[in-house]
Design a protein around this ligand. Structure first.
Ligand SMILES: Cc1cc2nc3c(=O)[nH]c(=O)nc-3n(C[C@H](O)[C@H](O)[C@H](O)COP(=O)(O)OP(=O)(O)OC[C@H]3O[C@@H](n4cnc5c(N)ncnc54)[C@H](O)[C@@H]3O)c2cc1C
Length: 429
């Protein structure tokens, strides 16, 4: 079982989030509500917020603190689309269904900006996301996506950046080309989650921290959720547990593999030195199989993410390993100390397709496969709409097939390690 803690991990994000001082109580009573939501990452927060705004009574439970999971630890990169890209949607849902999925992700990226403004969330949102290619042969992938986005999905906003023009965006020789999306961007993920929690409470959601949902049982009129010192009866249950669903629902658990991924934050740089690294202020992700992603923080640090672990073990010498990865991109940072190192878990599915669905009164969204800032916003909308009576979008997502990992967590992890080794070699050569 995942170990949770009443405290946030020692990340740069936790150290720079004043709203963390707001503590919510643990559940110590029996509640009767319309909807119980488990998990206070983005998925649970968006769903709860939308339901409360539509007049539902909602209890939101989280085993630790709001934003303690991936939502409070991530790279903060706001990237349109899903981890699996569009072909699996087109294959499973047909052209019209895939068009709907693409439209939902564009609307979600817009919703994030609107919510930041509407709820006055101080999360350093900055526009611009740049995909880069480390390998010459992968420049074509960027060009192909630009063409597909425009011709198939009607998305004209992507701009190809040649190697000669890259220094206007990223001061590194490592990349052979880039694709800039002005509708993408980056934000402080924990402050964003805490701002969503504040908005959800203002709409009437009751949030209980340090409250693990231990089990649920279905009744003819809904579900009963059992916790250590209380419980919730509700007509509907939303499972928004990310990589940590564990024994609460073994069916959901069997379809995802928790994978560790890591970040470092440098000491603050002089503002002009920071700007010289990423002159246009965009966030960057490369298109290697094990990708590097980075951006500047509001206080002029470089936040650099990468690596992954399928074994459940944190890589040895993590800070130094991450620093070396960062120096491959920005050798000019050799004198800069690293102030923070942390990691979190992403919830990958076999085909990296999202796993949204419903079984009776139980609704869920998981399987973002490492790319969840925008997709969780899609999920919150799709789940809330379904609970409020329009399940057309949920039915669409539920048509994606997400089989269990063969051999469960242990063997599933092993297969992934073998698969990853193959893809790492392809990255290398
Ligand atoms: C290091 C890292 C970097 C990333 N970078 C990016 C990025 O740059 N861009 C991007 O798009 N995506 C990124 N991601 C992925 C993204 O953060 C996730 O996909 C997204 O945050 C998932 O949100 P969620 O709400 O589904 O899950 P989470 O945020 O993980 O929240 C789930 C919550 O459920 C709670 N929970 C679980 N079980 C129970 C229970 N039984 N009872 C009560 N509570 C429970 C957990 O405590 C947790 O707080 C990254 C992830 C990591 C870890």
């Amino acid at each position: 079982m995942f170990q949770t803690s009443p405290h946030h991990i020692a990340s740069y994000y936790a150290a720079s989030s004043l709203e963390l001082q707001v503590q919510r109580p643990a559940l110590r009573e029996r509640l009767d509500v319309d909807v119980a939501v488990v998990g206070a990452g983005y998925t649970g927060l968006y769903t709860a917020l939308r339901l409360a705004q539509a007049g539902k009574s909602v209890a939101l439970l989280v085993a630790s603190r709001v934003g303690w999971g991936a939502s409070g630890r991530n790279g903060g990169q706001v990237i349109l689309g899903f981890s699996c890209d569009m072909p699996p949607f087109a294959a499973a849902l047909g052209d019209e269904g895939a068009q709907t999925v693409w439209r939902l992700t564009c609307e979600a990226a817009q919703e994030i900006r609107q919510r930041i403004a509407q709820h006055q969330i101080d999360c350093d949102y900055s526009p611009g996301h740049l995909w880069t290619a480390v390998l010459k042969r992968r420049v074509q992938i960027l060009l192909d996506w630009q063409e597909e986005a425009a011709q198939t999905w009607g998305y004209e906003g992507l701009r190809f950046i040649s190697k000669e023009d890259l220094p206007a965006h990223v001061a590194s020789e490592r990349y052979q080309g880039g694709l800039l999306d002005p509708s993408g961007g980056h934000l402080h993920p924990l402050r964003y989650a805490l701002g969503l929690a504040r908005a959800a409470e203002a709409a009437g959601v009751r949030i209980f921290e340090n409250t693990r949902a231990e089990r649920y049982v279905e009744h003819p009129d809904g579900i009963e959720l059992q916790c250590a010192h209380g419980g919730v009866r509700a007509a509907q249950l939303v499972l928004a547990c990310g990589a940590m669903v564990d024994k609460l629902d073994t069916r959901l658990r069997s379809r995802i593999l928790p994978v560790g991924t890591y970040m470092i934050a440098t000491a603050p740089l002089a503002p002009e030195r920071a700007r010289a690294l990423l002159p246009s202020g965009c966030a960057v992700s490369d298109n290697q199989f094990v990708l590097d992603y980075f951006r500047l923080s509001g206080d002029h640090r470089l936040l650099f993410g990468g690596k992954c672990s399928y074994t459940g073990r944190t890589p040895a010498n993590l800070t130094e390993g991450m620093r070396q990865d960062m120096l491959k991109v920005f050798a000019q940072l050799v004198d800069v100390p690293i102030d923070y190192t942390w990691g979190g878990h992403i919830d990958i599915t076999m085909a990296r397709t999202p796993d949204f669905g419903r079984s009776g009164p139980v609704y869920w969204a998981q399987g973002y496969s490492g790319h969840g800032v925008v997709p969780t916003c899609v999920a919150g909308r799709v789940l809330a709409e379904a609970i409020l009576g329009d399940d057309s979008h949920l039915q669409l997502f539920a048509r994606l097939r997400n089989p269990p990992f063969p051999g469960g967590e242990t063997l599933g992890g092993l297969f992934q390690v073998l698969g990853m080794s193959y893809y790492r070699l392809r990255d290398y050569f």
